[in-house]
Design a protein around this ligand. Sequence first.
Ligand code: HEC
Length: 112
Amino acid sequence: MTTQRLAFSIAAVLPVFLAAGLTACVYPQSLANPSPSPSANTALISQGQQLFVANCQVCHGTNATGLIGPNIQGKTATDVTWALQNVAAMSSLSGTITTSDIQALGAYLSSL
Ligand code: HEC
């Protein structure tokens, strides 16, 4: 690479880093992530993980990557509610999974 091309590459890449740095300053983590407290969120996710392993993993596979049921990584509490009401294979679960379980499961799945 010639010196000129190298200089051009740096000139092309530098603004991206500057913009990223600026964004980090303008939007501190507390604003970018509106959840009340990161530790509460972590607790909810780990609760959801336990519920997933106990109730869902048998069909949706390790880390929700899919087995008998589809990959459900990134799904939300709304998706879980829908599935519990509409997926015939999951009908036996609808009585055991509470509303707060659904919130935890949604937090876990959407964290994947
Ligand atoms: C007995 C097997 C079984 C178990 C246990 C099970 N699922 Fe499912 N689930 C399925 C199948 C099969 C489908 C796909 C149904 C379809 O596509 O028609 C599905 C679909 C879903 C979907 C919708 C996926 C989409 O395409 O939008 C979600 C969300 C979901 N499951 C979440 C869960 C959660 C959370 C649990 C645990 C509480 C769970 N499932 C337990 C079999 C299961």
